[in-house]
Design a protein around this ligand. Structure first.
Ligand code: KG4
Ligand code: ZN
Length: 343
């Protein structure tokens, strides 16, 4: 039995978790405690790094204690401490890493510095036990990437955004329309009552040979449309949200189609190819349904881990620690190939 304590503080969630792997190779999440700081940041319309760092300092000790207590395991029974080392907001990362270092030193346990994106990338193996290689679509507030996950520590980034992350585009669109932070869920909810065909927004990068994403032009188009018809009625806002979401779904489908084709070409022997979706935007039902249909048509399984493991959490960090221990990769602070920049 291996048990790893994970700590995640890279953005606005203070999280700790204990994950175990038994002798038969079956994982189990023994505890998963996440404290969201959304209320602390909502009044500013986005995450304020300094406030986030201070909130992590205040909360983290209690969150770690709660994760240990919920797990039923004593610190002496933990095999390693895994903490997010980046990418993320540096103040929060320092709080998490220093806390993890102190616990590791006091309890004489190994410390593992985990890349946040590796946590997202490997979650589907914790939840669905899927085998390498697979394709990952990571869509969060900070990242928009397509990654070929070939093994533990073996990631090949096939696409990233050249400007905004997709979650960021949702959040900025919401802000322009006067919807509350975080914008993604509010745009989705508002779009339910809207007419997606009223505005024909650009489908960024559609048909482009370059594999990457871009959302900044779409955001500008939304601003221009909103300005042109201001003051906005509730129906106008709903129509803009629905049209925005339709444009995103279309742009995403085009980028994903290229990646599915490339995966088939690069791994022709893979009998059961899969696309895994992770990150907060994976909560969006419209986008999820579109991706699901696209995967079915292309012969790919569509894997979407439960939402609380798709958004930021520490179980994914503890799990990445277990995967690395199992693969004999104990310390990995700079062993990542898909994070040259934080997109
Ligand atoms: O993965 P996550 O919790 O945190 C990081 O950014 O790492 O993702 C948060 C992002 C925010 O931008 C939020 O607006 C977006 O995910 N999001 C959504 C939805 N729920 C959350 N975007 C679109 N539709 C949603 N239902
Ligand atoms: Zn994340």
């Amino acid at each position: 039995m291996i048990r790893v304590l994970g700590i995640e503080t890279s953005c606005d969630e203070t999280a700790a978790s204990v994950v175990a792997l038994d002798a038969a190779g079956t994982p189990e999440i023994l505890s998963n405690v996440v404290l969201s700081q959304i209320a602390d940041h909502a009044v500013f319309g986005g995450v304020v790094p300094e406030i986030a760092a201070r909130a992590h300092v205040e909360a983290l000790d209690g969150i770690v204690e709660a994760a240990l207590a919920d797990s039923g395991a004593d610190l002496a029974e933990i095999d390693a401490i895994a903490a997010t080392a980046g990418p993320g907001l540096v103040g929060g990362l320092i709080v998490g890493l220093m806390t993890a270092k102190a616990i590791a030193a006091a309890a004489e346990k190994p410390l593992m510095a985990i890349n946040h994106l590796e946590g997202h990338a490997l979650t589907a193996r914790l939840t669905d036990g899927i085998a390498f290689p697979y394709l990952l679509l990571l869509v969060s507030g900070g990242h928009t990437q397509i990654v070929a996950v070939r093994g533990v520590g073996d990631y090949q980034r096939w696409a990233t955004t050249i400007d905004d992350a997709l979650g960021e585009a949702f959040d900025k669109t919401a802000k322009m329309l006067g919807l509350a932070y975080p914008g993604g869920p509010n745009v989705e909810q508002t779009a339910l009552h809207g007419d997606a065909s009223r505005f024909s927004f650009p489908r960024p990068m559609k048909g482009a040979a370059q594999p990457d994403f871009s959302f900044s032009g779409l955001k500008t188009a939304v601003r221009q449309a909103a300005t042109a018809i201001a003051p906005l009625s509730d129906q106008d806002v709903a129509d803009i949200c629905a049209s925005f979401q339709a444009a995103v779904a279309d742009a995403l489908a085009d980028r994903v189609a290229r990646a599915l084709d490339r995966f088939k070409a690069e791994f022709p022997d893979k009998a059961d190819p899969a696309l895994v979706v992770a990150g907060g935007v994976a909560a969006n039902r419209t986008l999820k349904a579109a991706l699901q249909a696209q995967c079915a048509a292309a012969g790919f399984a569509f894997v979407s881990p439960p939402l609380k493991l798709c958004t930021d959490n520490a179980a994914m960090i503890a799990w990445a620690g277990i995967e690395r221990l199992r693969a004999g990769l104990a310390d990995n602070e700079d062993a990542f190939s898909f994070v040259p920049r934080s997109r």
